[in-house]
Design a protein around this ligand. Structure first.
Ligand code: SAH
Length: 215
């Protein structure tokens, strides 16, 4: 791992207001270089989103850090992620939680992510291929749910699969220039909602991909 570049990124995240030591520790421990395409490996520790396969992106480290911090993940928690992509966010969550469930609609992305995590010695992530906007009913309820693609509307199926006291982090917005990350907290008194920051995510696309299912 390129330690000086990693340390520069951690310092930049701290300057940008990320203070949770567990989150910063997880980002420092997961070599981002392993998750980007080789053509971009020199830029792996830059605070920018980078392209992965199928026109998707690995999110900007500051966005990963801020969303993960807002998720307030504890070591005994069961976490659901929608949008496995490269597997980077799942790897970060795996350092913080007991078990992570992650859903991706592109089978080859999911398979590559699974291989990466095993190579890194991360074994507490369970992968599924399909439409994550429906959640993972068989494994519900989840203590925490994070969506790493932009939903047009707040996904009700995911809210339904949150445990009492659970937190959902989801970028919401139809217009890519006007998305905001929302945090929804489920309590006995109902849902409490606040917005965290403006973002640009690839869209959460409903429906699985049968034509790529053999990939
Ligand atoms: N978390 C990823 C980045 C996510 S990019 C990382 O750390 O690298 C968003 C991902 O969401 C893409 O891979 C895209 O294919 C996936 N996606 C979009 N809509 C989806 C859906 N309905 N169900 C599951 N995955 C979806």
């Amino acid at each position: 791992m390129n330690v000086p570049a990693m340390q520069r990124l951690i310092a930049e995240l701290q300057q940008s207001g990320i203070s949770d030591e567990r989150v910063l520790g997880a980002i420092a421990a997961v070599d981002r270089e392993r998750f980007v395409t080789p053509a971009f490996s020199e830029r792996a520790w830059e605070n920018t989103a980078l392209p992965i396969s199928f026109g998707q992106t690995i999110s900007q480290p500051l966005v990963v850090a801020a969303m993960t911090e807002a998720l307030r993940v504890g070591p005994r928690m069961k976490v659901l992620e929608i949008g496995t992509g490269s597997g980077y966010q799942a790897a970060i969550l795996a350092k913080l939680a007991r078990r992570v469930y992650t859903i991706e609609r592109f089978k080859p992305l999911s398979r590559e992510a699974e291989k990466r995590l095993i190579d890194l010695g991360i074994f507490n992530v369970v992968f599924d291929i399909g439409d994550g906007s429906k959640g993972w009913p068989a494994q519900a309820p989840f203590d925490r749910i994070i969506v790493t693609a932009a939903a047009e509307e707040r996904p009700q199926a995911l809210i339904d699969q949150l445990a009492m006291g659970g937190i959902l982090i989801v970028p919401v917005g139809r217009d890519p220039t006007a998305q905001v990350v929302e945090r929804i907290v489920k309590s006995e008194r109902g849902l409490q909602r606040d917005t965290l920051m403006p973002v640009r995510f690839v869209p959460l696309v409903p429906g699985a991909l049968p034509e790529l299912g053999q990939g």
